[in-house]
Design a binder for this molecule. Structure first.
Ligand code: NAG
Ligand code: NAG
Ligand code: NAG
Ligand code: NAG
Ligand code: NAG
Ligand code: NAG
Ligand code: NAG
Ligand code: NAG
Ligand code: NAG
Length: 360
């Protein structure tokens, strides 16, 4: 009896059932308020998507209040006061990139507000922009011209395709992650549409935003979304816990499995990037189809006040890494399945019963 009671501890169950560790991660970096200023680089580069934007460095952003921090707030906004000239620079905005790079990790974004308005093209994504698509790219939250819902998309090189039907809440839009078909419809790469309009733009903001979470391993990529007043947000997310368990987060909005995609080779070390551009190849070309009238570039140039709500407000961004770096402790998709968890418990009970009978 004594032995079986002792064996009910986590250490014992871990010894016999390392699967219990599935989906367990520990905090690696917490970004709240001023933390963003030290952990991210402001990339004052030319926009690769040819948007009507002027990405500024950190000192310019702070000086113009385009970046603002307090103890619990991090805001990045577009300039909404300057009337531009056609021959001059684009609208000032921020593009930030984490200094750290990650392979297997979880990133939890607590977002109170995202940029909205005609002509806006905001994104929270992971990539190595020095390397390009051969490092793999995950677009976690991205869209244009306020059109909901959010699309989660992978961009890869080489062979990487996704099954049509997966264990996800969202809708599969396209399955070839290496596809270079036109970006106009947002369908290049492999895309999954979130099942809620509250996942993007004005409706997202109306509800006070919410949480996006990404889990990337060598075997799969998953993205979850919870609107702010959703009643089923996992408590380790709302509390900003130092250890989390993705195995208890339920079905994600998007799942990208390794059925026909070698994640370990098509995804390398990536940065977290957050940007807001205007018009450009996607927002510009679909401007009129998305209920915005006129010419996108002219609209951005001559309607500064239209961009007052084109801002990000982050409560936090937390990065987690696996709690154990042993092979058996690595997060696994199958072990994150609730049914297998039940099997482990059953097996544990059977073993304990066996020990108890032997003891007798
Ligand atoms: C976070 O991860 C990086 C890279 O793996 C590592 O160098 C650093 O020590 C970690 N920090 C913490 C607090 O775990
Ligand atoms: C902004 O982010 C999206 C992420 O999907 C990326 O495709 C696009 O190139 C980025 N735009 C700029 C201007 O960096
Ligand atoms: C930031 O950009 C401004 C405007 O281009 C420039 O004058 C300034 O030197 C830059 N600051 C840094 C630290 O690079
Ligand atoms: C800077 O922006 C913050 C957040 O939007 C705002 O609360 C603050 O009043 C602004 N400061 C100035 C000097 O405009
Ligand atoms: C995926 O797209 C790439 C680039 O367009 C193409 O070469 C490849 O054949 C496509 N793969 C499949 C399975 O359709
Ligand atoms: C969230 O808040 C919105 C707006 O107040 C409301 O319409 C919606 O029913 C709420 N959803 C939940 C799940 O509470
Ligand atoms: C929008 O106007 C700009 C000049 O301001 C022009 O270069 C561009 O071709 C126009 N775009 C469209 C789609 O008409
Ligand atoms: C901005 O400039 C354009 C052309 O120079 C002018 O037509 C427009 O009224 C101006 N807008 C504002 C808000 O000053
Ligand atoms: C990870 O593995 C290395 C090498 O086996 C070991 O030195 C290190 O302590 C381990 N770290 C953790 C967090 O288990």
């Amino acid at each position: 009896m004594k032995f079986s009671l002792l064996c009910l501890t986590a250490a014992c169950s871990t010894l016999f059932f390392p699967a219990v560790l599935a989906g367990s991660y520990s905090i690696n970096q917490t970004n709240i308020g001023q933390d963003f200023l030290t952990n991210f680089e402001w990339e004052d580069i030319a926009d690769p998507t040819k948007g009507r934007v002027d990405y500024v460095n950190q000192s310019t952003a702070l000086a113009n209040n385009l970046t603002f921090t307090s103890d619990d707030t991090f805001i990045m906004r577009a300039d909404y006061t300057s009337n531009l000239t056609a021959s001059g620079l684009g609208r000032m905005s921020n593009r930030i990139k984490s200094y750290a790079q990650y392979r297997t990790h979880v990133a939890v974004f607590d977002i109170r507000h995202m940029p909205q308005g005609c002509g806006t093209w905001p994104a929270v994504w992971e990539a190595d922009d020095q390397v390009g698509t051969s490092s793999g790219e995950v677009d976690i939250l991205e869209g244009v011209n306020d059109v909901a819902p959010n699309s989660v998309t992978l961009h890869t090189t080489g062979t990487c395709t996704m099954p049509e039907s997966r264990s996800q809440l969202g809708k599969t839009l396209s399955t070839n992650c290496s596809s270079s078909d036109t970006i106009e419809d947002g369908n290049n790469g492999c895309s999954v549409d979130a099942p809620y309009t509250a996942s993007y733009g004005k409706v997202f903001n109306t509800y006070g935003g919410g949480y996006y979470a990404l889990e990337r391993t060598a075997e799969f990529i998953r993205v979850w979304f919870w609107s702010r007043n959703d009643t089923s947000i996992p408590s380790d997310i709302t509390s900003g816990a130092s250890t989390i368990n993705t195995g208890k987060w339920g079905t994600p909005i998007a799942l990208f499995p390794n059925t026909d995609c070698n994640f370990a080779s098509v995804f390398q070390r990536n940065n977290i990037i957050i940007n807001l551009t205007f018009c450009g190849s996607w927002a510009g070309s679909s401007f009129n189809n998305n209920g915005c009238s006129g010419n996108c570039t002219d609209y951005v140039n001559y309607n500064p006040s239209a961009f007052e709500d084109a801002y990000w407000d982050f409560a936090s961004v937390r990065i987690y890494q696996p709690s154990s770096n042993s092979t058996s402790g690595a997060p696994s998709l199958t072990r994150n399945d609730g049914r297998l968890g039940t099997l482990s418990s059953t097996a544990l009970f059977a073993l304990l019963a066996g020990i108890w009978l032997t003891w007798l």
